[in-house]
Structures are given as structure tokens and as C-alpha cells.
Write a protein that binds this ligand. Structure first.
Ligand code: FAD
Length: 520
């Protein structure tokens, strides 16, 4: 079976190489060798190599770019943000139109070649590593946003990154909910629900959708909206059902121009008091004000605290030039190392919390960046103390994990909870006051270190789970490590997984979209 599949991909890639002027000079045998050495579970329907000539495909494509291993472009486009459990591809194809995506998916199906959408390449779930050969359908050329004449909606191409969406709408006096990080795609977060600064007002990123164009597993391009049975599934489990080539979303007038932040830094000995105060003064038993966000990070900065990671708390408020002291004063009273206020506009938020295009989290530096997420309703201050001690011990200066980051994200949830919890595949609307994840960062050095990172991440997460008093691990699929059960990504109500599986059987019976947090 392996030699047969390798033969297919060789035929396809040789044909691809012959068909394009932009292909590199990488020898096809090398591509073949890679494919043969790393077989992955194939899609069900195999065909013969005779059907894999690309000459017909090429004629139908418009300005498509194709790159093979050995070319700078292949290296550039296939590089990923996290290098543990990452997918392996043999060819990078850049469709220039929605129809190109149709042709590529149809070609891959006919030739029984695995494929995966590459967008902002920040997907880090280790199930992606089940892809050991195939086509990277890189969506970079499908970028752009068009605002409808009535100003109520905008249509976003499937490969547009968040910053393009934010900046374009802002310039037009508009906004919508997007992810917070400038280098992450618009679509990647949205397919799993999508958390962002404006979710307190309007709901998750996917809650803004009006309709979408999607290339299904059988290679057909279709437009779906609330009338489609697939609509429920794409909003939360969207990675499993197709390649979204464009989406039309609700947009809103830009009402609050001003934003303010206080960055409050503490040494680790304050951990218990800080998180109790977040509970008492910000989260307020599930009623965090709609205009307030609290984030915090733990990371090593020996100049500030030589004994352990520092705690950096961000209190962010919309519509003001200084954060209301009602929210900040209780933290000033705890004796922080520093308090740095700032103010600006919505466009400054990414810079304030270190996630602009130029910031370290946006770089593809060859590092492993697994996260181990958990959703919580509030902090257990005792568990925060315990998990801080464990994190500090495991990330000291001599540890390979010394550059790790513990992330605590507390977005407002009013808009998220206003949406019927059963109306989408996103399952955790009433349980997501806090999105917490240790990010265990290290330079890859083989499976032993990967295992150590996995053990550490799970150890930390389990401390928080135990502290929550719940036996049920709720996670955000877009941060997930990959060892969680599907219930932890898609919810524990049996009807949710049953419904996803039924839709999968209907729309993707051969599980072509089965690499990212697979439903089956
Ligand atoms: C620095 C950083 C900041 C982040 N900030 C946020 C945030 O603010 N809010 C939030 O909710 N999440 C955030 N995330 C998590 C983010 O949602 C996931 O990492 C997401 O998978 C990234 O999408 P991507 O397009 O960048 O990555 P990719 O790896 O390109 O995509 C991930 C997967 O999504 C699927 N996919 C992507 N595009 C399409 C498409 N057009 N059609 C069909 N399938 C597609 C594919 O299965 C792909 O494997 C952040 C992650 C990082 C690393």
C-alpha cells in the first residue's frame, strides 16, 4: 500500500513540477522518498496514477503558484509557528481564486493525496502531525475585505489575516469581532468559535457570520448560511468540514474610539492575592463588565524577580482614557513592582500586550509552542499558588522550558452568553470566563523532550482542573494540545458529538478534513 501511494504522489508531484514555471529544481525522487518514508493514513478512495496528470488542472487554474521542497518559497510557506506535532507536506500550492481551491481539492481527491489548508500557520494542535505527506493549500493569495454598500456587512476572503480586517474596517469607521493577534488569520480562530476584544459586546468571531463560501470535501464550492445544516457545525468545529474561501460577516459602527490599559507587574510571592483580587474586582462571579478585559502572563524576567516568573497583569478598558480606579486600585494596594498606564485606540491593543506582527509570538523561529488549555469560571487562589510553584520549578534558568509563558485570558463574556448555547458547535459559552493555557516553549530536540513538555503541560493543567472542583476538562479547540478527548473540544452533551459525526458522514465521509481536532 505504501509504495502504491508514494507512486501516486510521485506522479502528481512530477506532473506539478512539469506544469509550473515557479516550481523549484528539487528532484522529484527526493519528494517521492519523503512521501514513501512517512506514509499517513490515506483517504479512503484510491485511484490510479493515470488519473493524476496535472495538465488539465493547470489549464483551469488562474495564476496559481506551486512550490516544491528545496525552494525558498516552499520553506517560507510551509514553515509553522509551532514545531511539535506539525504536519509534513511535499508541495505548497497557492490558489489565486475560489475556483482554484475547487480544482486543487478535486485533483487531490482524484489522486488520493492528503491536503490541508495553511492560513496564518499558527495552528499547533498535535493531531496535525497525522499528516505526513500531501499538499499544503496555502491561502495567502485569497486575501482582502469588501464592505457592503449598506455598511451592515463585509465579505472577507478565506486567507485574510486579522490585521487586514481590523485596519480596513477601522479606516471605514467600522468594527467586527476578530482574534486579537495581528498575525493570526481571520478564519483560523473563527472556525473554533474565535475569542477577541469585542466579544463582550457582540459574541464570538463566528457569531458574526451571515454566510460563507466553502469548498466541501467532494470539491464543490457552495454558499451556506443559517438555512444549511452545516451552519451549526462550521461555527466551532469548522476545521472538519471544508475550506472556507470567503465569509460575509456583520460589522458595526465604531462607537468607542478610546481604549486604556494598566500594565501591573508583580513578583511571584503575590500570586494568591492577585488572583483572588481578579475574582473579586474583575470577574465578579460571571459579571465582568462588558468594557473590561483582564489578561495576565507569567514569564521569567530575572531582573524583576530572580526567584521565579513575574506576574504581568493587563487591565484593559474600552471607551476611556484611563482605566477606572475601581478596577485598578485593589491591585495597587497589593504592592506591585510597577504600574504602567497607557491609552490610545483599538489599534494599539495588540502592541500593548505584545502580539503585533513584529512581536515574538508572531515569529516563526523554529520553536515548539504547545499549549495546554483549560476554560475556568473563576480562579482558585490556592490552585494558582500551587500551579505557580510548579511552573516556576519547571522553567528555571537551567530548564529547556525557561522561555515558557503562562497565559490567563479573561475577556468579557456578555455577548458570548447572549447567543443560544445550542445554536453552534462551540460548546462552552457558559463556562469560558477564563481561557488559561501554559505555553511550554522550547527548541525541538527529539521525542524525549517533547514528552517532557507534554507531561509538564498536563501536570500544570491538571492542577488547575483539580482546583476547579470539576472532573470535566473544557478546552478551547484552537489552543488544544491534541491529546484531549473530542468532548473536551466539542462538548460533553452526547447530542453534540452525535450531530457532528452525522454531519461528517454526510459531508466528509472519507475524512479528508481530519487533521485538525478531528471529530471522527
Ligand atoms: C500568537 C497567537 C495568538 C492567538 N490569538 C488568538 C485570539 O486572539 N483568539 C483566538 O480565538 N485564537 C487565537 N489564537 C489561536 C488560533 O485561533 C489558532 O492558533 C488558529 O488555529 C490559528 O489559525 P491560523 O490560520 O493562524 O493557523 P493555520 O495553522 O493556518 O490554521 C489552523 C487550521 O485551521 C484550518 N483553516 C485555516 N484557514 C482555513 C480556511 N480558510 N478554511 C478552512 N480551514 C481553515 C486548517 O485546518 C488549519 O490547519 C492565537 C494563536 C497564537 C499562536
Amino acid at each position: 500500500m505504501c509504495w502504491f501511494r508514494a507512486d501516486l504522489v510521485a506522479a502528481a508531484v512530477v506532473a506539478l513540477a512539469a506544469a509550473t514555471a515557479t516550481a523549484s529544481a528539487a528532484p522529484a525522487e527526493a519528494v517521492l522518498a519523503t512521501s514513501a518514508a512517512t506514509p499517513s493514513a490515506p483517504p479512503a478512495a484510491a485511484t490510479s496514477a493515470a488519473h493524476c496528470s496535472l495538465s488539465d488542472l493547470e489549464k483551469q487554474l488562474s495564476g496559481i503558484e506551486i512550490y516544491l521542497p528545496g525552494s525558498d518559497q516552499f520553506t517560507q510557506y510551509s514553515a509553522r509557528w509551532s514545531n511539535v506535532g506539525a504536519p509534513i507536506v511535499n508541495v505548497t500550492v497557492l490558489p489565486a481564486t475560489e475556483n482554484d481551491v475547487v480544482q486543487i481539492v478535486s485533483f487531490a481527491n482524484k489522486c488520493n493525496i492528503p491536503f490541508l489548508a495553511y492560513n496564518g500557520v499558527h495552528g499547533s494542535i498535535t493531531t496535525l502531525g497525522r499528516m505526513s505527506w500531501g499538499i499544503d493549500i496555502n491561502l495567502s493569495l485569497l486575501s482582502g475585505i469588501t464592505i457592503a454598500a449598506d455598511g451592515q456587512t463585509a465579505t472577507i476572503a478565506g486567507g485574510t489575516n486579522s490585521k487586514v480586517v481590523v485596519d480596513t474596517l477601522w479606516a471605514a469607521g467600522k468594527q467586527t469581532v476578530t482574534g486579537t493577534c495581528e498575525c493570526v488569520s481571520y478564519m483560523g480562530p473563527a472556525l473554533g468559535g474565535g475569542h477577541g476584544w469585542l466579544q463582550g459586546r457582540h459574541g464570538l468571531v463566528a457569531d458574526q457570520w451571515v454566510s460563507m463560501n466553502i469548498v466541501l470535501a467532494n470539491g464543490t464550492l457552495t454558499t451556506i448560511d443559517a438555512n444549511s445544516d452545516l451552519w451549526w457545525a462550521v461555527r466551532g468545529a469548522g476545521h472538519n468540514f471544508g475550506i472556507v474561501t470567503s465569509v460575509t460577516v456583520k460589522i458595526y459602527p465604531r462607537v468607542y474610539t478610546n481604549w486604556a490599559i494598566e500594565t501591573i507587574t508583580f513578583t511571584g510571592d503575590k500570586v494568591k492575592a492577585v488572583y483572588q483580587a481578579i475574582n473579586d474586582y474583575l470577574l465578579r462571579n460571571g459579571t465582568q463588565p462588558v468594557d473590561v478585559t483582564n489578561w495576565s502572563y507569567w514569564f521569567n524576567d530575572p531582573a524583576v524577580d530572580p526567584n521565579g516568573p513575574v506576574i504581568q497583569l493587563y487591565i484593559i478598558q474600552e471607551g476611556v482614557t484611563a482605566v477606572d480606579p475601581t478596577y485598578t486600585q485593589p491591585f495597587h494596594a497589593l504592592g506591585p513592582v510597577s504600574v504602567v498606564p497607557d491609552n490610545g485606540t483599538y489599534l494599539d491593543l495588540a502592541g500593548w500586550v505584545g502580539i503585533t506582527l513584529a512581536s515574538p509570538p508572531c515569529q516563526k523561529a523554529g520553536l515548539a509552542n504547545p499549549r495546554f488549555p483549560i476554560y475556568l469560571r473563576s480562579y482558585n487562589a490556592t490552585a494558582q499558588q500551587a500551579v505557580y510553584s510548579a511552573f516556576a520549578a519547571a522553567t528555571n534558568a537551567s530548564s529547556p522550558f525557561a522561555n515558557s509563558l503562562f497565559m490567563f485570558e479573561g475577556y468579557p463574556t456578555e455577548g458570548v452568553r447572549a447567543v443560544d448555547p445550542d445554536s453552534s458547535a462551540y460548546a462552552f459559552r457558559t463556562d469560558n470566563d477564563l481561557l488559561i493555557a501554559p505555553l511550554i516553549q522550547y527548541t525541538p530536540a527529539g521525542p524525549d523532550l517533547d514528552r517532557q513538555a507534554e507531561q509538564l503541560g498536563n501536570q500544570l493543567r491538571n492542577i488547575l482542573l483539580a482546583g476547579s472542583g470539576s472532573a470535566q476538562l473544557n478546552t478551547y479547540v484552537n489552543y488544544a494540545y491534541g491529546d484531549e478527548q473530542p468532548q473536551a473540544w466539542y462538548g460533553y452533551d452526547q447530542w453534540r458529538l452525535d450531530r457532528l459525526k452525522a454531519l461528517k458522514a454526510k459531508y466528509d465521509p472519507h475524512n479528508r478534513f481530519g487533521f485538525y481536532a478531528p471529530v471522527v
